[in-house]
Write a new protein. Sequence first.
Length: 57
Amino acid sequence: MIVPTRRRTPQHTVAVDDELWQTARRIAELRRERVSDVLRAALMRYVARHKHLLQED
């Protein structure tokens, strides 16, 4: 996997169980995806689903 030398977005750290991470990584590799892209898409769905909670403030 090629890792870019310059990041366009800030890097964040999350704690993930090793078995879950390795399984996700293998699946992403088979699908020719990057785990970071999978996580980003999941976070976008999460925010879209729950963004209304922020509008109630």
